[in-house]
Design a protein around this ligand. Structure first.
Ligand code: CP
Ligand code: NVA
Length: 300
């Protein structure tokens, strides 16, 4: 039985397997073939933060694989009335075959997993967003081939997405160039996850120079709403716009996990432009997570 709390819960070989399988499942889906290995299986989904893509991709994914997903929000479950996370974990493990959880502190997911005898999937924590990285790597491979040895530029906050990118760079072996203002850079401990593959830059144009992929995310993540104004000031020079894309490789693509704030972290021209693959990226959440679900359920 395996959990998927961070990318490094898998080996690099297992990540490569999931990415290959995600492509196969996408092709099966596009041919309109039924593929239902999870008939009768149930995924519990706890959302302590908002979601569009994560909820719909897991729910659709389980339905397409022949299973079922149950949505739990704190305001409509006993979690919101103070039932301990460890108790919820033990109960859900008796009634479902796997649980996805989206929450604030990563330690809450770890605590849940510690008490849960079925696989637990991190659907985003303040620390990381590994499911999004599966979809992002699938999207890069789909458009540009293997990501190993390529150059990726991350422009913006050292948030959950950035940490998962650092982890992915270390595991799959690609260069990750991070541009962030002082005070919003990854900690030395987080940087260690990426080894020698990661470098820090002051200017988004330095990070994006000759990059094969430029990616960014919101300046204020869920839970940081009160810091919005302060972050707008700190990140004012960190918008991925046409001048940033101009220094990237000619064939560079642009990604964003979404939701996006136009004219903040990305210009409308880049988000809606010809180099943007954000809609493929969003769709691939479905296929990448189906590969993950198939793999986790098979290991039980
Ligand atoms: N990218 C992502 O996780 O989107 P949601 O917050 O809509 O799930
Ligand atoms: N960094 C963002 C990602 C949303 C999918 C957040 O945590 O709000």
């Amino acid at each position: 039985m395996r959990h998927f709390l961070t990318l490094s819960d898998c080996t690099s070989d297992e990540i490569h397997h999931l990415l290959r399988r995600a492509g196969e499942l996408k092709a099966i889906h596009q041919r309109g073939e039924l593929h239902q290995p999870l008939l009768g299986r149930v995924l519990g989904m706890i959302f302590e933060k908002a979601s569009t893509r994560t909820r719909v991709s897991f729910e659709s994914g389980m339905a397409q694989l022949g299973g079922h997903a149950i949505f739990l929000a704190p305001e409509h479950s006993q979690l919101g009335r103070g039932e301990p996370i460890a108790d919820t974990a033990r109960v859900l493990a008796r009634m479902t075959d796997a649980v996805m959880i989206r929450t604030f502190g990563h330690e809450r997911i770890e605590q849940f997993a510690e008490h849960c005898s079925v696989p637990v999937i991190n659907g985003l924590s303040d620390q990381s967003h590994p499911c999004q990285l599966l979809a992002d790597m699938q999207t890069f491979i789909e458009h540009r081939g293997p990501i190993a040895g390529r150059r990726v530029a991350w422009v913006g906050d050292a948030n959950n997405m950035c940490t998962s990118w650092i982890e992915a760079a270390g595991m799959l072996g690609f260069e990750l160039r991070i541009a962030a203002p002082e005070g919003y850079r990854p900690s030395a401990r987080t940087l260690e996850l990426g080894g020698n593959w990661v470098s820090l830059h002051d200017d988004p144009r330095d990070a994006a120079a000759a990059a094969d992929l430029v990616t960014t995310d919101v300046w204020a993540s869920m839970g940081q709403e009160e810091e919005q104004a302060q972050r707008e000031r700190a990140f004012a020079d960190f918008c991925v716009n046409d001048s940033v894309m101009a220094v990237a490789a000619q064939e560079a693509i642009f990604m964003h996990c979404l939701p996006a704030h136009r004219e903040e972290e990305v210009s409308t021209s880049v988000l809606e432009g010809g180099q943007s693959v954000v809609w493929d990226e969003a769709e691939n959440r479905l296929h990448a997570q189906k590969a993950l679900l198939e793999w986790l359920f098979a290991g039980q």
